[in-house]
Design a binder for this molecule. Sequence first.
Ligand SMILES: NC(=O)c1ccc[n+]([C@@H]2O[C@H](COP(=O)([O-])OP(=O)(O)OC[C@H]3O[C@@H](n4cnc5c(N)ncnc54)[C@H](OP(=O)(O)O)[C@@H]3O)[C@@H](O)[C@H]2O)c1
Length: 385
Amino acid sequence: MATTGRARSLEAKRAQSQSQVHSKSGALGQGDQAVAKRIEGSAILITGGTGSFGNNVVRKLLQWNPKRVVIFSRDEKKQFDMRNTYRDSRLRFVIGDVRDSTSVSSVMSGIDYVFHAAALKQVPTCEFFPIEAVKTNILGTANVIQAAIRAGVKRLVILSTDKAVQPINAMGMSKALMEKVMIANSREFNGVAKTTILCGVRYGNVLYSRGSILPYFVDLMKLGKPLTVTDGRMTRFLLPLHQAVDLVLYAFANGAAGHIYVRKSAGTTVEMLARAMIKIFEYDKGFIEVGIRAGEKMHETLVTREEILRAESRNLYYDIAPETQGLDYNQYFVRGRKLNVDKVEPYTSSNTKRLSLDETVELLLTLPEIREELKNWKSRSNLRS
Ligand SMILES: NC(=O)c1ccc[n+]([C@@H]2O[C@H](COP(=O)([O-])OP(=O)(O)OC[C@H]3O[C@@H](n4cnc5c(N)ncnc54)[C@H](OP(=O)(O)O)[C@@H]3O)[C@@H](O)[C@H]2O)c1
């Protein structure tokens, strides 16, 4: 999806207001202190650092006195906008492509920690161009991991998605294989003297991220059209961006080799989301159902039944251990394990805590983007009346 410079600097502004909202909600917690200690004086690389995640995490990292933060991505315009927004000499911008192992290797020298966020993440793009998803999400991740191990990076966190769990679309399939690449590499290098700890996170759609349902609803309202929902019963996890960033930092601080971390999040139906927007904006055109689109599931899963059996629940998070830590091939071919899979439930957007209409309204009103749109909406209505 083409993005204008204005949209990109809005991205940075959003990151700023989201991190302000976040810091109001809590001072430096114990988890943050652990992260801050590690970050101080360190060199950090963020692949895909010009994206929504990158913009948000950079603001936090810079507060913790890193030696340098390297942003690695392809598009010079996004880097130009980000450089102008932050104007911080500790931020370095490197043009490169995760598909190109040479450019990935050259940026890894002297790096202590890596956040691997570069990805193709739109479902329709990957449906039409699945090989491109393979190149960026799978082979690109392998390049980043291998370069990090060679350079003696201490920790690397990969960012995955609920769509990688029992995937039905090419984007999810490529992210599922990305997770496997991380797990296989951490299995292989586990116990090697100078080990790079590789771990990952999984999260669902970030609220108000580009191309997601909430900005789409706002666009429809501006056009005076009814909101469109796919199937009112469809459920989704609801995750504000600052919670996605917290999850990544939790994995960064606590992650064990090959483990994947998931944040427990509330969920709601897409009908409830539409009703909440209609209530907030006092919108009088209602909503219509248009049916499930290609590549979409009725409910998303963050932890499967099989994973729940080996996952640990830690306050806000699930910690999913890899299936096996060793290189014992018998575990794959000869020996099995008895699992009581039918006795446990997977963790899905349909069985997580379901928000009521008022709770959904309350959550949406914490989003700076919604508050800003509401302010503009009200001033436009005042002009009309
Ligand atoms: N946003 C969500 O709702 C969500 C949900 C679950 C998981 N995630 C995961 O979180 C991560 C970050 O997502 P985001 O929302 O920040 O995505 P985003 O805003 O779309 O940013 C993606 C970043 O990746 C870079 N990139 C893409 N292809 C690249 C390549 N071949 N080489 C180097 N850089 C490349 C992009 O910059 P250039 O185009 O300039 O290269 C951009 O900086 C992704 O891995 C995504 O799958 C996101």
